[in-house]
Structures are given as C-alpha cells and as structure tokens.
Ligand binder design. Sequence first.
Ligand code: ZN
Length: 682
Amino acid sequence: MKFKHMMMLGVFGAGMAIQSCNNKSNNSNSDFDVNCDQFADLQVLRYEIPGFNELTPKQKELAYYLYEAANAGRDIIYDQNNKNNLLVRKTIEAIYEANPNHEASEDWKNFEIYAKRFFFSNGVHHHYSNLKFVPACSYDFFAGLVKKLDPSKLPLQGKNADEFLAIIKPVVFDVNFEAKKVDLAPGIDNVAASANNFYEGVTQKEVEDYYNARIKKDDAEPISWGLNSKMTKVDGKVIEQVWKLGGMYSTAIEKMVYWLEKAVTVAENDKQKKALELLVEYYKTGDLKKWDEYNIAWVNDTESRLDVVNGFIEVYDDAIGKRASYESVVSIKDMEATKRIAAIAKEAQWFEDNSPIATEHKKKEVKGITAKVITVIQEAGASAQSTPIGINLPNANWIRQKHGSKSVSLGNIVHSYNIVGAKSPVLKEFAENEAQIARAKEYGALAGDLHTDMHEVIGHASGQINKGVGDPDQTLKNYASTLEEARADLVALYYVLDQKLVDIGVMPSLDCGKAEYDGYIMNGLITQLTRLNIGENLEEAHMRNRQLNAKWAYEMGKKDNVIEFVKRDGKTFVKVNNYEKLRDLFGQLLKEIQRIKSEGDYKAATELVEGYGVKVDQELLKEVKERFNKLNVAPYKGFIQPKLVPVMEGENMVDVKVEYPSDFLKNQLEQGKNYGLLPVKN
Ligand code: ZN
C-alpha cells in the first residue's frame, strides 16, 4: 500500500492558498524567492529550511551525513526508471562539459529544454504521465554534438560515435521505443509493457508464480517480497538481483553505507542510533527481514528532532506493486506546526468510531499514529524533483497494525507552493462564482493542510481487512493504489466538513470545509485535466482517485443536483449546490471502497475505477487545455534542492552552512558530477 501523495496541481489543494496559513511557525525569510525555472509543462521552485541554524552543531553534522547518504543514491533512481537513463544522462553531461560556451541557436534551446525535462523526471519518461518525451531539436543536431565529443568521453567505452549513436538514437528520439515507464492498462502483460528497469526478460505470470510459491497467506509478519531487487532470468531460471552491498547498485550503496555509518556516530539518541544501524545492516545484507526490523525501530524513534526516510520504499513505479523506487527525505521536526496535526492524531480513535464505514471493517483499536509537520532539508531519488507533501510510513500493513506508523506533512514545501499559488491565475479562470474564490482565498491554505493531515493520519490508517483476505496489493492488483488513495481522500473529505474539527480547534468554521469541497470537485472534474494531452485518459493513481471520487459523487447526486456543471460563454464550470449531501455521498463511497478493500473484491474494484476514474471527456479536455494554455502556468511543479556545506576545523566539523542554488541545470550537472556513482551499461 502507498502512503505518499503528490501535490495535485500547485493550484488547488495546498497550492491554492492565497496567504500562507497562520498556524504555522515558518520563521522564514520573506525575501526568499521561491521561483527558480520554468520549461515545457514544468516549474521548478525553491524551498527554504527555516530552523536549520538553531540546530546544535552535532545535529547539523547528523543532517549533513544524512544529506550525503540521500544523494549517494541519486543514480539508482535513474537506473530504476529505465536501464538506458544513465547512458542518456552521461551523454547530456558530456555534451555540456564539452560546450561551456555553447551557441544560442533554436536547436540548442530545444536540446536544453530536453535536458532539463530529463533531469526533472530522472529519466526519459515524464515523471507523472510515465510517457516517453523526446527533444524538439533535430536528431542531426544531437548527432553532431555527440560526434564532436572526444570518444573517450562517451559513456560506453570501446564504441565509436556512430556505433554509440545507433544505440542512443531510439532511446532519446523514438517516442514509441519503450514508450511507457509504467503501463497499468487492463488485459495486458503489465510487466512486459512497462519500460522501467524492475524486470527483464520475464512475464507477469512468471513473476506472479515466483511469489505465489513463496507467499504464505496466513503469515502474520509477511516480508515485502521483491521490494529490493530486479527480477530477471539466468539460464532460463527466474532470479532476483538484490540491491545491496556486493549486489546490484553496490557502488552507490557502498557510499550510502559510508555516510550512514558516520550518521550513527552522531545520532541524537539510542532509538535513532538503533534505527540507523539496522538500515546499514539492511543495505549490507539486502535482507528484507532486516528492513522490517529497521522500520519498527524507525517508527519507535519519535523523540528525535532530525529524521530521515531512506530506502526502496514506494512501489508506484512497478505496475504490479512489488518493487520499490529509491528515495530519501531528510528533515527536522517543526515543533510549532506539529500541534495542528497532533490534535487530529490524538482523536484518531474518535474518527475511526464515527466513520461511515461498516462496523466490521473498523479498527477496534487504532494503533499509535505519530503525526508531525516537518521542515525538509533534502529530498533525493523518487522524492525529487517532484515531491510529496505528505508521507505516511512504513508501508507494511502488519507493522502499521502492530507498531504504528509515522505520518508527516512537509511544511516548508507546502509553504513554497502557497506562495506561488497566491499569484496563480488558475483560480480566477476556473472558479464558477465569486464565493468560491473568496472561500479559497480565505481558507484554501488551511483546507489543503487539513486535507493532507487527515489523508495521511486518519485516512490511510483507518479500516481493517477481513481475516484470510490477504494483502490488498495482491487482491486488488493494478487498482490497489488508486483505491487506497481514494479511500484516504474520502476520509479527509468526509471529516473536513465535520464540526469536530472546529471543536478541537484546528478549523475556524465549516466554510473552510466548503472551500475544500469546491477545490476538490473542481480539480477532480476539470482542472486536473490540464495535465493530460488531447486523446489521453487517466493513468496515475492519484489523478484516477480524484476523478473517481468527484465523478462518482456527481453521478450519484444527479437527481438532487448536488454537483452541477455550468456552461457560460463556451466555458465549462462546476459548482457544489449541496455540501451536506455531498458529504453524505463521500461517506457512502468511502464505505463501499472500504468494503472492496476489506473483502478483496477485485471485480467491484475494476468496475469502480474503470467506470469513473479512467475515461476523460475529450471535448472537455480540449476546452480546458485551451483555457489553461492561455494562462502560461506549468501544470507540474518540483524543487531544486538546497546544498549543505560543512565547515571544517582540521578533522572536526564545527558547523554546516546552507546554500540555496538558483540555476536548475547547473545544479543538476553538478550533482551528476558529485554523485555519479554507478557504471553505465547497455
Ligand atoms: Zn496517500
């Protein structure tokens, strides 16, 4: 199951806000420029690290080691996304290295846009749609650049330029060559159709047979099979190539272990020390039982000021949800802002008891969910450049039930989104009436925060699976992610219009909940379409879930006109006419999705997702794209990472300084140099 969700649009949800919310202790610098770069459909933002300078020297030293460990894994995400990505990246790096004062021709500009898109997405496929994108510069221009390179600079040794070009041409220029990173289409071999590097030469059936022979249904503490390996065939036999010291990705993991071992020496306390030691052991052995032990130790470490997520964690990029992408998030706890999320977590049992789901699917005892707002110091791997705004880990169901989970909201990231959102013209273009705009301006930021908090803290954490049904990833397969995100969203939506939030002091009035409903419905039915190309339908789990929730409520509420489409001057708008009834519909859908999950009802899952969450009205899409394109707003946003620079006195680190780079391309090229730890293969 997935416990991480992405910023929806940078316009609605958290990014919709006009003023940053006042219950946050962001003692950030108001002069800090959050804008960095914009190209294609992407915008790169900057975030600040308020509070870093108040850390003790020892805490800063720890932060620095975790930062280096995070970035040591940078190459891994490229290779996981596609086996040719490192080849392409080294080529781009070599071209820039050889052309420091390059021309300003149209071809160069287009090559540069491609390079930046490639870096943003950690590879040749779009980070969100998973589709291949290609440069707008001509192949001849690109080939000319490659031919001018000293052959020893080419990433594949022993090949001349022509041989090299024959290999790289389809990778970079053929949109149909390995067209999709993750292909979730029904009725096909999703493993074979996906261009990620999790499998090679194996069929979906072979993979499933391999694990079915190993998974025991009644195992109370099942390990996460397949999480940290590539699956391939040797001499006709299916095998796992494990990502560990001495295994696949060894040279990067060696460096990660080096920095993590240093981190152990300056851990804040014994619990944190134990967790870090287990993480090191896991990387050394590749033993997934150690991974579970590490996660338990990590969940138990709640007192430390610094924290880190590091590992092969989320399985979104594997069509069958077994293998995980590398990521790391290094953070500090924001003590003041944590009060809001903690107030919600404290009432977790109340929320479960009062949920509209069937009694037999409710958790009798909701286990310790530790919730906090964090200030991000560094993101790497799958968490960069596109970032989550909330994370809830660990993912193993049995650990969550037995030992609890940690839920975090990424405060300073959301803060940057809010600053950009305040200036966005999208709200004005797509809002149906002035009241929506006024509510969004007044409550948008807080509504977004509350949605994220509840999605992570009480959403993913709620409900239980019937005995003997097994893991929803196994029963609901390609629909598991979408339905899990839909379920967490629905919990948040159901409660954001509940007086309870006013009573516990986290929401000023129910109007805040209405602002959330306006934004969610508008996004789910209209504005998220800005991310698609004409002819496309929805693929990504979070986008599918949002349309599923909004469209189901629209269809089911039709007879009462709960949600209404309005046409004006050739433009389509949507408005909520009855907030209470909409809340009731969200509750009904939540109950049904919980039933599907609890019972493992794959047929109902298929009907629900395919029926409401996938297909897009192409006429509407065309209209929305036209309106959106006039606004010059990038539908996807991501971040350039701050740099930590140690201050040494002899052998001793006496301080760590933070630098905030502002040139995205330069920063990426520099990171490639500093953290290019894996060899290139073809
Ligand atoms: Zn989620």
